[in-house]
Write a protein of this length. Structure first.
Length: 187
């Protein structure tokens, strides 16, 4: 197990599309997953994408606590969100929006330390991928759960959340965000 160095905004690995994982059950993928989990829990963060630890592969991990799952509008629509989302390892993910509706919410990112911004995301999505055991994962998500998945999967396409923002006056230091909202964004 190891805590990995997290790439910060400006590092090229965060700007290029990541490659598909050829064999989700390969030993080196299991090692990567273990180290990413330790790194995310140490940070601490809600999610982490492999490019953030300088590995340009399509693999993300995330975990949503029950309090955060209920926080954002729409979370109550899907039963699993109300109780939170257990630690999930999602390999080669795909996202499909289930409606045109978007919702604004606060996001932060371990690769953009100290800042948070208000970002529009699909409110209701379906996502698919493969787990570390090679088994298929398919879930519907809304609210904060859907937001986290969209944020993490953006990392696989070389996108950071500021590039999704529509009002840059809503990008701010987390130390100042209390002036604007009661939210406590985290990634
Ligand atoms: Ni991030």
């Amino acid at each position: 197990m190891a805590i990995l160095k997290i790439a910060k905004m400006g590092h090229p690995v965060l700007l290029k599309p990541a490659a598909p994982v050829a064999d989700p059950r390969a030993p080196e993928i299991a090692t990567l997953v273990r180290d990413m989990i330790e790194t995310m829990e140490d940070a601490p963060g809600t999610g982490l994408a492999a490019p953030q630890v300088h590995v340009p592969l399509r693999l993300v991990i995330f975990k949503v606590g029950s309090a955060r799952a209920r926080q954002e509008d729409g979370a109550a629509e899907t039963g699993e969100a109300a109780g939170g989302v257990p630690l999930t390892v999602l390999i080669n993910p795909e996202i499909e929006p289930l409606s045109e509706e978007t919702v604004l919410g606060w996001e932060a990112c371990l690769s953009v330390p100290g800042l948070a911004g208000e970002v529009p995301r699909w409110r209701h999505i379906r996502y698919r991928g493969v787990g570390p055991d090679g088994g298929a994962i398919e879930r519907e998500a809304s609210g904060f759960h859907a937001r986290v998945v969209q944020h993490e999967c953006d990392h696989l396409d070389g996108r950071l959340y500021p590039s999704r923002m529509t009002d840059m006056s809503r990008l701010m230091f987390t130390s100042e965000i209390r002036h604007h909202t009661h939210a406590s964004p985290e990634d």
